[in-house]
Design a binder for this molecule. Structure first.
Ligand code: TYD
Length: 202
């Protein structure tokens, strides 16, 4: 029986998601903070794939392998210990991003991606989806240096649409937060969404 709670942070590149995850560490010191891609050797392989022109299907299975390892080593043990787990990216990243990279390979890539996770993934209790105008997102990514293949405006527009479709299908799991505002304002909204969830569910 998994008695902990799993909260995930999602959104396209440039939403400030990782900075928000960092700020949340001080607000929820009792939580286990984690991320995908992970820091395991499989996560390293994923990063090599992101920085190269690896076949999208091969790349997907690296992400999926990383997710399996993440669940086995971090997520399931922490939830068994009744911990609050907060993950910077998780399975919805696959549905949204690889739903875009594989959109020409499969008729309904997002559904297919969900089907290959079914039966073994652990569905989050709450997912905070940060949304932003993809143009602003890309200009924010630019500040950090070179763009990866996942940081192009048209691509991110499709990824964000995919995220919004997921949120529409599961409104009870998703909270959408506008990430266009100042980082502190966004972080405060995210914190209060998490506190609201914990008050209602613990
Ligand atoms: P991440 O390290 O979270 O990048 P950032 O901190 O810039 O948001 O993720 C790396 C990239 O990998 C990012 O562009 C999103 C992408 N990604 C996928 O395409 N699929 C996935 O399943 C995951 C976890 C990430």
């Amino acid at each position: 029986m998994l008695k902990g709670k799993l909260i995930t942070l999602e959104g396209i590149d440039g939403t400030g998601k990782s900075s928000i995850a960092k700020m949340l560490r001080t607000k929820f010191p009792e939580a286990v903070f984690t991320m995908e891609p992970t820091h395991s050797w499989i996560g390293e392989a994923v990063r090599r794939s992101i920085g190269s022109d690896t076949d999208p299907l091969a790349e997907l299975f690296l992400f999926v392998a990383d997710h399996a390892e993440h669940i086995a080593r971090v997520i399931r043990p922490a939830l068994r210990d009744e911990k609050l787990v907060i993950s910077d990216r998780y399975s919805d990243s696959r549905y949204a991003y690889q739903g875009a990279t594989l959109s020409h390979t499969f008729d309904n890539a997002m559904e297919w991606l969900q089907s290959i996770h079914n039966g073994w993934t652990i569905v989050p209790d709450l997912t905070i989806l940060l949304t932003i105008d993809p143009g602003i997102a890309v200009s924010r990514c630019g500040i950090r240096g070179e763009h990866t293949k996942f940081e192009k405006i048209e691509f991110l527009r499709i990824v964000q649409e995919n995220y919004l479709k997921l949120a529409e299908k599961e409104p009870q799991r998703f909270v959408i937060v506008d990430a266009g505002a100042e980082l502190e304002v966004v972080a405060r909204k995210v914190e209060s969404a998490i506190r609201g969830f914990l008050t209602a569910n613990l």
